[in-house]
Design a protein around this ligand. Structure first.
Ligand code: ADP
Length: 251
């Protein structure tokens, strides 16, 4: 452990190139996706990704609330991302904050670009993302969960939308940052990819990277997204081949 001021900085990369949890630089945290985890919603999914636990529920296409947001030529996509007050170690102030509003907005915009919104004029497609346990990358876990939930709701889309955060940790580009890497690393770059076309529909960055590092990060993120895409498809296959909620979902 080194120290900077009063804060203990963990060793993020060992001399043999292992990360704080033993992963390689290009290794994802373990992931489990349950499609159709809720009965109430039109579509739903639960994602456990490392120590993240995220539930997504989708309703729609349905009547627009508030009414003045209605669009005559397409559906609107609304997203509410929320982190539960008990989702983090430090006490989080419950309710809407600027971070949640920003994340909700970028996620809604990402999905608006993959859903065939023109097919459902004057309606709303509502996505709810509840983070029950947070350990960095929750917006990406939210996108993955919401995407499987949208498919579970039967909403037509160009493609599923895998997402992952890449970052810079102890000078190296690393896939799928966990909390310590996000907190003490040099950069964090969440992205969401349309796998078939390679189009990025969500891309944000915090921290500092050089041009070549950014390009390496994007390449690594694309590889990560493609691996996650396979898990998302498998969760949907499990759900529909078995004719009920996929393995692990409560009745
Ligand atoms: P993401 O979860 O998409 O990586 P951030 O980079 O903003 O989004 O947050 C990284 C992590 O920091 C979160 O996953 C969570 O573990 C923690 N965190 C975020 N906001 C808060 C908060 N208000 N209180 C405590 N921890 C938080």
């Amino acid at each position: 452990m080194g120290s900077v001021g009063a804060k203990e900085v963990p060793v993020l990369l060992s001399p043999d190139g292992k990360r704080i949890d033993g992963r390689k630089l290009d290794e994802l945290r373990s992931m489990r996706i349950v499609a159709g985890a809720l009965h109430q919603a039109d579509g739903s999914a639960f994602v456990e990704w490392g120590a993240n636990k995220v539930m997504a529920a989708v309703y729609g296409p349905r009547e627009v609330h508030p009414r003045h947001l209605q669009q005559n030529n397409k559906a609107i996509v609304q997203c509410k991302y929320n982190m539960a007050a008990f989702s983090v170690d430090e006490r989080k102030r419950p309710g809407l904050d600027r971070r949640s509003q920003e994340i909700s907005k970028v996620i809604a915009e990402a999905f608006e670009s993959v859903i065939f919104v023109e097919e459902f004029p004057r309606t709303s497609i509502d996505i709810y993302i509840e983070v029950l346990q947070a350990n960095a990358g929750t917006r990406c876990a939210g996108v993955v969960a919401a995407s499987v939930a949208l498919a579970d709701a039967g909403i037509p889309m160009v493609d599923l939308l895998p997402a992952v955060a890449v970052g810079k940790v102890a000078g190296k580009i690393a896939l799928d940052l966990k909390k310590e890497e996000d907190n003490f690393g040099e950069a964090d770059l969440p992205m969401a990819l349309v796998p078939q076309s390679g189009r990025l529909v969500l891309l944000q960055m915090e921290g500092h990277m050089t041009g070549p590092e950014l390009s390496e990060s994007l390449d690594l993120g694309v590889v990560g997204c493609r691996a996650i895409y396979e898990k998302m498809k498998q969760a949907l296959r499990d759900r529909y081949q078995l004719g009920g909620p996929s393995e692990g979902a409560a009745q």
